[in-house]
Design a protein around this ligand. Structure first.
Ligand code: HEC
Length: 94
């Protein structure tokens, strides 16, 4: 009986664990990746009065738009990392 409980707990844990890892970008990794964005503009673009992006989804689209010009492109995960970094340090959308 305890065995079953434990097994259930492990199964629940295994399913629950990857979700936040996949859904959320890693801001620390995003900060490193962002080095390659600095050839055109600095981070002053991300704060008022310059910042034009007004929502998290718009930020995602904006980063994806820049990513489309890169060759090779960043992966989906790296785009998420970039968005997480920009949002953590500059935009702060919730
Ligand atoms: C080829 C030059 C270039 C590169 C490379 C580039 N950007 Fe940009 N970026 C721009 C220009 C130009 C704008 C628009 C500036 C404006 O509207 O005042 C912009 C705007 C943005 C904005 C919108 C800022 C706002 O709130 O108005 C974001 C976010 C952004 N870039 C992120 C990135 C990221 C992340 C990367 C790296 C993956 C990147 N950019 C690489 C040129 C570049």
């Amino acid at each position: 009986m305890h065995d079953n409980l434990l097994r259930t707990a492990v199964v629940v844990w295994l399913y629950a664990l990857p979700l936040p890892l996949m859904a959320a970008g890693d801001a620390a990794r995003g900060e490193q990746i962002h080095q390659s964005c600095l050839s055109c503009h600095g981070t002053e673009l991300y704060v008022p009065p310059r910042a034009k992006v007004k929502s998290l989804s718009a930020l995602g689209r904006e980063v994806q738009k820049w990513n489309d010009r890169y060759n090779p492109k960043f992966s989906k995960q790296e785009v998420d990392d970039l968005v997480a970094y920009l949002n953590r340090d500059f935009y702060r959308f919730r």
